[in-house]
Design a protein around this ligand. Structure first.
Ligand code: PAF
Length: 281
């Protein structure tokens, strides 16, 4: 049976007991509205550790847009059923007062990594992510923590945070989980209308075609090719398309500039902002 724990003191006590018994802890932090993508992280965490700890906390300070925070899907009953199904041992579900008894003013510095893409489009977002992830890692003290590659830049930021602060945890990156039609799983997909949901796989379809074009197009031409594809579909509004390397996530101008190169994209479909990425090589 999963234990639901709303306070920091209580989860710390459970963790201390588990550590005394020599148990390893796998941790999956979430904002709830769980889907198969989250469950894949949890199954892996459960396989690789003695105990699975999940947190659900819709972190207000990582939302740069109050409307997005208000509309963020919340579904704790359904979430609990899903958590039981993957054998979650402890669900840490604090409220805002518990997480932030005092106003938070910490400022983290990630240099160029936080200036591009999501960092440029969503001011303050990664600082809010860094604050909450640091707190959660310090409370749960996991051996391993699992993050999905859909939020590729978030994962890079968290790896940087853990390295800078020498936090004793292994960050485990996990591949994007997609719907059958290719749409990357995301809690925000729940907010798409039926028609938007029908159109959404165009993102995956376009990326799949684009990754094959690196033999005939330069990075800049490929970016234009993708942008033009979306411009021909008025239901989409592009936020950004970037062809970037996979460490500092800086734009590449030649294919041989980096070892790992990805396409990163953020688009609005109606009011819903969707992100995706795909490796070129
Ligand atoms: O990816 C998310 O769901 C959130 O950004 C995280 C890592 C749980 C921090 O609030």
């Amino acid at each position: 049976m999963m234990k639901v724990i709303p306070t920091t003191d209580a989860i710390k006590a459970q963790i201390a007991e588990a550590q005394r018994a020599g148990k390893t802890i796998g941790f999956v932090p979430t904002m709830g509205a769980l889907h198969e993508g989250h469950l894949a992280l949890m199954r892996q965490a459960k396989r690789e550790n003695d105990l699975l700890v999940v947190s659900i906390f819709v972190n207000p300070i990582q939302f740069n847009n109050m409307e997005d925070l208000k509309k963020y899907p919340r579904n704790i009953v359904q979430d609990s059923i899903m958590l039981e199904s993957v054998g979650c041992d402890f669900l840490f579900a604090p409220d805002e007062q518990e997480m932030y008894p005092e106003p938070v003013t910490d400022q983290y510095e990630f240099g160029k990594l936080s200036e591009v893409m999501e960092g440029a489009s969503r001011p303050g977002h990664f600082n809010g992510v860094a604050i909450v992830v640091r707190k959660l890692l310090e409370i749960v003290e996991p051996d391993k923590a699992y993050f999905g590659e859909k939020d590729f830049q978030q994962l890079a930021i968290i790896q940087q945070l853990v390295k800078n602060l020498l936090l004793p945890v292994e960050i485990v990156p996990c591949p994007i989980i997609r719907e059958k039609d290719g749409l990357a799983m995301s809690s925000r997909n729940m907010r798409l209308t039926e028609n938007e949901r029908f159109n959404a796989p165009f993102i995956y379809q376009t990326l799949t075609k684009a990754v094959k074009l690196n033999t005939v197009l330069s990075p800049e031409e490929l970016k234009k090719w993708i942008t033009d594809k979306f411009k021909s579909r008025p239901e989409f509004k592009i936020d950004y398309v970037e062809i970037a390397e996979d460490e500092q996530l800086q734009t590449v101008t030649h294919w041989n500039d980096a070892k790992g190169v990805y396409i990163f994209i953020a688009v609005f479909l109606g009011n819903v902002r969707l992100i995706d990425n795909m490796r070129i090589f």
